[in-house]
Design a binder for this molecule. Structure first.
Ligand SMILES: Cc1cc2nc3c(=O)[nH]c(=O)nc-3n(C[C@H](O)[C@H](O)[C@H](O)COP(=O)(O)OP(=O)(O)OC[C@H]3O[C@@H](n4cnc5c(N)ncnc54)[C@H](O)[C@@H]3O)c2cc1C
Length: 359
């Protein structure tokens, strides 16, 4: 066992994936985080009619708390994002190839995606994506019988694209499961740090993995917050059953997705720049509800359990920043809308960097 030590700053999906991988490699690991475990019962969002003391503000839980949890590189792909597609596919292979080892089975909530088109323009977009994926060597199946595959779809929706190896995870269960796996492996928790030097005390290497706040520790990192609203709808007795796959759609040009959970679905997500505002806006919530119900009318009977908004750590080219900054510092941030998908790839990259430094 190595005596090498690592401090990870940030306890979101990226920091935890990096910490777990390093602990599996025998490093002594400490994670500086803002909150954990029990403190997460109030996500700081509208939640099932309860009173809230902190309207709309996500109290340090980060993007990992609100995310949809889709691992969907094909169905999220778009011409021009070839590099991101390649990374996403590599990381999806790692999800299938061992990243879930040591985690409970119920973190995975779907094992297929269906992308559907609502109008003609949306159908044309679908064909564009399918042709582009084929040209990249990743063909997907087009169908004109989408409702035969997913009976909850609205009448009239016919065109679809199937990505049969894509996954979805319950983001909150996954974060909790990574935390407990980290604990089993001896990872220690520590308070958040205001300065990089505070995290460096007593360790060989530090990984900055605190999402949108990374530039506060390393000024100049090109990461900015991009807001996204997301809803949680809970299944109720008498409602149509929860869909078994991720369903993504473009509704008159606007993207919407429905991701299964054990007790309902997650509906997401808007995407726009509004500083660090994490209040779910009426317009964002209304559009998501309208679009989700246009795609699956039966969702209108579900309970509106939670409205939340989170901040994606975006970079100018939409590519994550995972690299060495100096002899004692690495960074893993800027995962934008794909932090869950790219967590295994990120953990491997950081592990390779640490091994390379030892060699
Ligand atoms: C609405 C929405 C939907 C999304 N859906 C998906 C999806 O379906 N699939 C997907 O792959 N991705 C999705 N994402 C993106 C994904 O959530 C992010 O890319 C991912 O969570 C980034 O993880 P992270 O650990 O880098 O950052 P965060 O999850 O933001 O975690 C960073 C943590 O660091 C903490 N921190 C900050 N400063 C400090 C400090 N100084 N010391 C210690 N801790 C600190 C923060 O409080 C936070 O807990 C979505 C994002 C949003 C907003």
């Amino acid at each position: 066992m190595s005596n090498e030590s690592l401090a990870v700053i940030g306890g979101g999906v990226i920091g935890l994936a990096v910490a777990r991988r390093a602990a599996l490699d025998g490093l002594s690991v400490r994670v500086h985080r803002t909150s954990g475990g029990q403190e997460r019962s109030d996500p700081g969002s509208y939640s099932g009619g309860q009173e809230r003391s902190d309207p709309g503000n996500n109290p340090g839980l980060g993007a990992s708390w609100v995310a949809g949890g889709m691992l969907t590189p094909h169905s999220e792909g778009w011409p021009g994002e070839e590099q991101l597609l390649a990374l996403g596919l590599e990381s999806l292979r790692l999800w299938h190839g061992g990243f879930l080892d040591g985690l409970p089975d119920d973190v995975v909530t779907a094992r297929e995606s269906l992308v559907v088109a609502v109008d003609r323009a949306d159908a044309a977009d679908l064909r564009t994506v399918a042709q582009w994926l084929s040209a990249q060597g990743h063909p997907v199946t087009l169908t004109t019988a989408a409702r035969d595959i997913e009976p909850l779809l609205a009448q009239g929706i016919r065109h679809g694209l199937i990505a049969s190896d894509e996954l979805a995870v319950d983001n909150r269960k996954l974060v909790a499961a990574l935390e407990s796996h980290c604990e089993q492996l001896g990872v220690r928790w520590a308070p958040p740090v205001d300065r990089l030097d505070d995290a460096r005390v007593g360790v060989d290497t530090t990984v900055i993995a605190n999402g949108i706040d990374a530039p506060r520790l390393w000024p100049g990192l090109p990461v900015r917050p991009v807001k996204g609203e997301v809803l949680r709808l809970r299944w109720r007795r008498g409602c149509m059953p929860v869909p078994q796959r991720v369903v993504r759609a473009r509704v008159h040009g606007r993207p919407v997705y429905v991701v299964p959970r054990a007790d309902g679905v997650v509906v997401g997500a808007t995407q726009y720049e509004h500083g660090r505002d994490t209040a779910p806006s009426v317009t964002g919530v209304r559009e998501l509800l309208d679009d989700a119900c246009a795609v699956m009318p039966a969702l209108g009977e579900y309970e509106l359990a939670e409205c939340a908004a989170g901040l994606r750590p975006m970079t100018p080219d939409n590519m994550p920043i995972v690299r060495r900054l100096d002899e004692r510092t690495l960074v893993a941030t800027g995962h934008g809308r794909s932090g869950f998908l790219l967590a295994p790839w990120t953990a491997e990259r950081i592990a390779a960097e640490l091994i390379g430094a030892r060699a």
